[in-house]
Write a protein that binds this ligand. Structure first.
Ligand SMILES: Nc1ncnc2c1ncn2[C@@H]1O[C@H](COP(=O)(O)OP(=O)(O)OP(=O)(O)O)[C@@H](O)[C@H]1O
Length: 276
């Protein structure tokens, strides 16, 4: 259950301590320490398959750590019973890449859905809350449209309005920029930062897009090789001469992270080696 009194402001909102986890026998993250301060926008970047989404799943306890602790607002989430976990998840908003909207519900009803599902608020209050959330993402005027009538970028913003409907303290974004054109991408990035600051929340953004992510993050964490390979402010990472950081920042195909999966030399594979 949540504590009777709120944790001190100095307690990080999210903290991983010595966390090891994986799927089946396969270890994905080993002995990871990660701190997400309150009010910050923290970006998780790094190799494909490195475990970024896994970190989000750990925080929501969709998967469990095999060692170490995951704390939300100072509470070890592994210790929560089912009711406690549900209450804690309500304090988190999750926005997946193609944050699927309910196609048979209007924009308004999509955003109203979590409020109707999880609260007993009277309908006039739900209406006001939905309009406020839609206003925050610039789509109050689109409330009567159906998902099929809006663009991909707008759908993403409606999904965001829905994710903030219950006033979460933490918003987790998984690939929020994927598939967006450059303008929509810029709009989405600014929105993440604006909402973070205006709502006084904390945000974790999983992304591959260096420019958009660096433009809004306070702190960037690179995940590779089963752990945190590098971290720092966007400015510090841009200045870094660590070859792995350089590879990520310049989006170079090869470097410490190999483009090619380990294999025998191609000449050997193609039978083109020296012939007798
Ligand atoms: N449910 C699952 N069962 C088994 N293996 C999984 C499962 N989910 C993820 N994995 C594996 O765990 C590893 C980490 O996955 P994860 O989705 O966290 O990576 P990621 O860093 O978010 O990758 P990407 O940037 O490509 O989305 C991958 O190798 C993936 O194949």
């Amino acid at each position: 259950m949540p504590p009777a009194s709120p944790s001190p402001a100095s307690t990080p909102l999210v903290e991983l301590r010595g966390v090891t986890c994986g799927y089946g026998d396969r270890v994905i993250l080993r002995d990871v320490d990660l701190v997400v301060p309150r009010g910050a926008v923290v970006a998780l970047m790094g190799t494909s398959g490195g475990g970024k989404t896994t970190v989000l799943r750990l925080i929501g306890r969709q998967i469990e750590a095999s060692a170490g602790q995951v704390r939300f607002d100072g509470i070890e989430i592994g210790s929560l019973d089912r009711a406690g976990l549900m209450a804690m998840r309500r304090r988190m908003g999750m926005l997946f890449q193609f944050g699927a909207l309910f196609t048979d519900l209007s924009v308004f009803d999509n955003v109203a859905f979590p409020l109707r599902e999880h609260t007993d608020l009277p309908e006039p209050m739900i209406r006001d809350l939905v309009l406020m959330k839609l206003d925050a993402v610039g789509l109050r005027g689109a409330r009567d449209l159906m998902p099929s009538q809006i663009s991909g970028g707008m759908s993403r913003r409606v999904a965001l309005a829905r994710a903030i409907a219950l006033d979460p303290e933490l918003i987790m974004y998984d690939e929020p920029f994927a598939g967006l054109d450059p303008i929509s991408m810029g709009v989405a990035a600014r929105l993440i930062r604006q909402l973070n600051d205006a709502l006084g929340v904390t945000s974790i953004v999983v992304s591959h897009d260096v420019d958009e992510t660096f433009s809004i993050a306070d702190h960037v964490v690179f995940i590779a090789n089963g752990g945190i390979a590098a971290q720092g402010s966007p400015e510090a990472l841009r200045r870094s001469d660590d070859p792995l950081v350089r590879q990520f920042v310049s989006a170079a195909p090869d470097g410490p992270v190999r483009f090619h999966y380990a294999a025998a030399p191609i000449a050997e594979d193609l039978g083109l080696g020296a012939r007798p």
